[in-house]
Each structure stands twice: as structure tokens, then as C-alpha cells.
Design a protein around this ligand. Structure first.
Ligand SMILES: *Cc1c(COP(=O)(O)O)cnc(C)c1O
Length: 401
């Protein structure tokens, strides 16, 4: 197959060009739109060729879709290029990527330091699954550099964090954490869902592995579940691929093809949704029925300077603290006409979530208190509608409390 140049070292393309072209492979038919190779297996011209392929896979050679597939490989190469890494492995979901990366890289007796403000399923992987296999976990306040310094020890083998936490939008000083971890010989794995693949700074700050829930901004239209692990060729085609291909979490080709189509518009979508999120934060800041408006790069965010130093924008999600707790909050949610009540984010449709009673319902109250997941907390995901319509909807619903 003819292949378009990929890899950050091979071209100087900007992110718009990369998200349209990187990783493209064309068959002998010269198709314009990426081919979908909906096949489990591959045929060999001779017994000798089959033997040779099982001995060593060449770059455009495949043996079974659980190990790799041409459509999935196009998606992996395009994402790796966009995120600033050499290679990537695509998975069935964001959690398949998180659990795959952690399981592939850890063994009994290892020590892991992680930020406490984690997506519920990530916390379950660390505290319930990995702990059961003899991995020691220390959780820290991710916004406190001194806490990271104190927790990372010479026997720490891995550091895990969300660059921007969900749902409270706390920002981690990623360069600092990477420096401390690397001084102690630990790998840094970043869950980068909130930062978005368009504005991801994990690779630039030194993160060894970035895991992405492609369910979010890559799909962006509420259809497919997917995930991806990006890193150096050595890590991805070494322990990560070995674990993923044998444990069975490889992305299916139809999802990869849909994601390739979505990547063609990801920069336009995420730029628009991020600017809408900031516009909402500006419009609602200081509203009489709110105690706080939180958006990483907005001036009212306690870590605004750090967020601005790390990325151009704070992403497509913001958080509001409604006065009057859960009761007032539910009145607000039920009065919204344009925002949909759901638990996903990064969709073209604007979404509103009440974390305390949905995504984070199962957390014990003391943990909700520590993480700031109060009855009044609302997570907003800015969609692709007219920003003025969204702001009008929010203001009308706040007025109805
Ligand atoms: C959504 C999400 C995940 C899980 O992704 P799925 O695709 O739903 O499996 C993991 N981490 C974070 C931060 C997320 O937002």
C-alpha cells in the first residue's frame, strides 16, 4: 500500500494537516477516502510466506485483527502524529486503554503514585484491581507539587494522573511531575481525556504514555466507544502491544474507520467547542445563583496561570457550582431546554451532568467532600450549537431556580 508520510520527525505539518492526512495508506485502487478493511484475517501467497510473516511482521504486514489491521493502523499512526508520539495502539474503549497500559507496565511489588481526582473506573483499576495483584498505590492531591515530591520514591515505578481532572477541572503541573518521576526512574502515564487530542501537552511535558478515551473528542458525535495508548515505539510495540494483542482489547476496524473520518474535523470542532466553553464561563461568571464558575484557562480558575502556560485553551468542559445544593441544582437542570441531561462529554450536542448523583454517585461522601463533588456541582460540555443560544438557555434556567 502507498503510505502518506507520518511521524513528527518526518514532516513539519500543523495539527490541521496531520488530523486529515497523517497515517493514510492507499490500496492499489487509489481510493480517496480511507479504506475500511473489515477483515479478521489475512491470506499468504505460500506456506513459506506464512512462515516468514509469523517469524517477523514487516511494516505493512498483518496476521490477525486482534494484533493489527490496516484501517486500525492508519488510525493509530494519525493519532500518534497528532499527539506527538512515535506510535500508538488503539483499543476498544478508553478504559481498555487505561487498564491495558497499567497492566502491561506494572507487576506485583511495584509502587504507583496517582492523583486522587480520577475518573471512577480509573480509581477502581488502581484501588481494587491492581492492589489485588500486589501493586502498592499512594494517592495524592494532584494540584500540590510538594505532595508529588513527597510521595514519589526510588521504588516508584509508575505515576498516573489526569492532566485536567473530571469533573472538578483541577490542573496538574505536568512538567514538574514528569521531572520528579523521571529523576526516580518512574514512567509517567497521563489520562488526557479533558485536555483533548487537539490541545494535548502531555508529550511536550515529557509524559511517557498518554491514554485517550477516543469516545470523547475523537468521535465527538456520541456514537463509538474507543481508546488509544500512545508512546515511544519501544513501549508501544514492546510491552503494550504484547499485552493488548494477547488480552484481546484491540479496536475494531469499523470504529477505527469512523474515528478516521471524525479526525478530519476534530480541530474545527474542538476549537469551536473550547471557545464556546470559555464564552459560557465569561457570561456566567459572577451570576447571583452561582458560587463558582470553573474553566481552566478562565481568570476565575485558581490555577488559571498554570493552565494557560500549559495549553492554549482549557478544553470543551466547564463546571458550575449552583447556590442551594442539590435541590436548586436539579431545578436548574430540569429547566434547561437546549442542554441534554446525560453523562458523556465532548459531543456535538451540549450536555449537562450532575456528577454527585450520576457518574460519581458510588463514591463515599467523605471522598466526594475531598474531591469537591458537591450537590451543587454541575459539569457542562459545550457542543457545536450557537454559543448565544447556549448562554441564553443557561441564563433562563438559572433564573428559574
Ligand atoms: C471517559 C473517560 C475514560 C473512559 O473512557 P471510555 O471510552 O468510556 O472507556 C477514562 N478517563 C477519563 C478521564 C474519561 O473522561
Amino acid at each position: 500500500m502507498e503510505k502518506t508520510a507520518t511521524g513528527t520527525s518526518k514532516n513539519n505539518w500543523g495539527k490541521r494537516t496531520r488530523s486529515v492526512h497523517s497515517g493514510t495508506r492507499r490500496s492499489q485502487y487509489g481510493e480517496v477516502s480511507e479504506g475500511i478493511f473489515l477483515t479478521q484475517g489475512f491470506v499468504y501467497p505460500s506456506a513459506e510466506a506464512a512462515e516468514a510473516r509469523f517469524e517477523a511482521l514487516g511494516e505493512d504486514e498483518f496476521i490477525y485483527a486482534r494484533y493489527g489491521n490496516p484501517t486500525v493502523r492508519m488510525f493509530e499512526d494519525r493519532m500518534a502524529d497528532l499527539l506527538g508520539y512515535e506510535d500508538a495502539f488503539a483499543c476498544t474503549s478508553g478504559m481498555a486503554a487505561v487498564s491495558g497500559a497499567l497492566t502491561a507496565l506494572l507487576k506485583a511489588g511495584d509502587h504507583v503514585v496517582s492523583s486522587r481526582a480520577l475518573f471512577g473506573s480509573c480509581l477502581y483499576m488502581l484501588e481494587d484491581v491492581l492492589a489485588r495483584f500486589g501493586v502498592e498505590i499512594t494517592l495524592v492531591d494532584g494540584t500540590d507539587n510538594a505532595a508529588w515530591d513527597a510521595a514519589i520514591r526510588p521504588d516508584t515505578t509508575l505515576v498516573f494522573l489526569e492532566s485536567i481532572s473530571n469533573p472538578t477541572l483541577e490542573v496538574v503541573d505536568l512538567r514538574h511531575v514528569c521531572d520528579v518521576a523521571h529523576k526516580n526512574g518512574a514512567l509517567v502515564v497521563v489520562d488526557d481525556a479533558m485536555a483533548t487530542p487537539v490541545y494535548s501537552y502531555a508529550s511536550a511535558c515529557g509524559a511517557d504514555i498518554t491514554v485517550v478515551s477516543t469516545t470523547k473528542h475523537v468521535d465527538g458525535q456520541g456514537r463509538m466507544l474507543g481508546g488509544l495508548i500512545a508512546g515511544s515505539k519501544e513501549l508501544i510495540r514492546g510491552p503494550i502491544e504484547a499485552y493488548m494483542k494477547h488480552s484481546g482489547g484491540a479496536m475494531n476496524p469499523f470504529t477505527a474507520w469512523t474515528h478516521l473520518k471524525s479526525l478530519e474535523t476534530i480541530v474545527l470542532r474542538v476549537e469551536q467547542q473550547s471557545s464556546t466553553a470559555l464564552a459560557i464561563a465569561e457570561a456566567l461568571d459572577g451570576h447571583a445563583n452561582l458560587t463558582a464558575v470553573r474553566y481552566p484557562t478562565h481568570r476565575a480558575h485558581p490555577q488559571c496561570e498554570l493552565a494557560r502556560a500549559q495549553a492554549e485553551t482549557g478544553g470543551t468542559v466547564l463546571a458550575l457550582e449552583v447556590k442551594g445544593g442539590k435541590e436548586a441544582c436539579f431545578k436548574f437542570l430540569n429547566a434547561l431546554e437546549l442542554f441534554t441531561i446525560s453523562n458523556n462529554f465532548a459531543d456535538a450536542k451540549s450536555i449537562v451532568t450532575h456528577p454527585a448523583t450520576t457518574t460519581h454517585q458510588r463514591l463515599p461522601q467523605d471522598q466526594k467532600d475531598t474531591l469537591g463533588i458537591s450537590g451543587g456541582l454541575v459539569r457542562l460540555s459545550a457542543g457545536l450549537e450557537d454559543p448565544a443560544d447556549l448562554i441564553a438557555d443557561l441564563q433562563a434556567a438559572l433564573g428559574a431556580i
